[in-house]
Ligand binder design. Structure first.
Ligand code: AMP
Length: 210
C-alpha cells in the first residue's frame, strides 16, 4: 500500500499529516512529489478535490529549511480571497510545530494594515495577484528572493482577468526560480503563460477519477 512513508517526510510534516488524519497520498500527490522536489518547472492538470494543494505543499515544505532570512522564499498565487485563506490554513496546519512564517494577502482590506502585518518578515506568501502587486511594488513584500512560485487554479485566474497582473508580477520575480502551476483545464491562455515563463515544464495529468 502507498503510505506517506514513501516520501520520507521530515518529522514535523509526517506528524502534521497524522494529526490531519490523512492515511495515504492521493494520485496527484504521488505523481507530484518527486517532480516538484527535483526542482523542475511543473504543470499539473488537476481539479479541486484531488488533493492538489498538498501535492505542491508537501514537497515545498519538505525542502524549506530554517532560515533567518526575512524576505519570502515561496510565493503561492491563487485567484480568490477564499482560496488564500484556505491555503494559509493548510500551511499553518502543516507547519504548526515549526517557526515557518506564512502570510495571506488579498484585496478589499486596508493595505497599511497588511504592510504592518508583514513588517517583521516572512517565509511564505499566499496571495491574489492584484493586491500582491501593490505590496510588492512598494517593497512591503519584496519578491526578489522568491525561489519557488506556485500558481494555483491558473485557469480561473485568467478567466477572472488577472493575466496582466500576472505578467507584471513575473517582472518582479528573480530569473532563477522554480515555477509550478496547477489548472483544472489546459486552455490556450494557460498555454501562453507556460510558453512565456516556464522552462521545459514536466507535465502531471490527473483526472478526477484518478
Ligand atoms: P484540494 O484538491 O487540495 O482542494 O483538496 C481536497 C480535500 O482533500 C481537502 O479538504 C484536503 O484536506 C483533503 N486531502 C488532501 N490530501 C488528502 C489525503 N492524502 N487524504 C485524505 N484527504 C486529503
Amino acid at each position: 500500500m502507498n503510505t506517506f512513508k514513501v516520501f520520507k517526510l521530515q518529522k514535523f510534516l509526517q506528524n502534521a499529516i497524522t494529526e490531519l488524519g490523512f492515511e495515504k497520498p492521493t494520485p496527484v500527490q504521488i505523481e507530484s512529489f518527486p517532480v516538484i522536489k527535483s526542482g523542475s518547472d511543473v504543470v499539473g492538470i488537476s481539479q479541486t478535490g484531488t488533493g492538489k494543494t498538498l501535492a505542491y505543499l508537501l514537497p515545498l515544505l519538505q525542502e524549506l529549511n530554517f532560515s533567518q532570512q526575512t524576505t519570502p522564499r515561496i510565493l503561492i498565487l491563487v485567484p480568490t480571497r477564499e482560496l488564500v485563506i484556505q491555503v494559509v490554513d493548510t500551511i499553518k496546519a502543516l507547519t504548526k510545530h515549526t517557526t515557518v512564517r506564512v502570510y495571506g494577502a488579498y484585496g478589499g482590506v486596508n493595505i497599511n494594515t497588511q504592510k504592518h502585518d508583514v513588517y517583521d518578515g516572512l517565509d511564505i506568501v499566499v496571495a491574489t495577484p492584484g493586491r500582491l502587486y501593490d505590496l510588492a511594488i512598494c517593497l512591503a513584500i519584496p519578491l526578489k528572493t522568491i525561489k519557488k512560485l506556485v500558481i494555483d487554479e491558473v485557469d480561473v485566474m485568467l478567466d477572472l482577468g488577472f493575466r496582466h497582473q500576472l505578467k507584471n508580477l513575473f517582472e518582479l520575480l528573480p530569473e532563477s526560480r522554480q515555477n509550478i502551476m496547477f489548472s483544472a483545464t489546459m486552455t490556450e491562455d494557460v498555454n501562453d503563460i507556460l510558453k512565456a515563463f516556464f522552462k521545459s515544464p514536466k507535465r502531471i495529468n490527473i483526472s478526477l477519477s484518478g
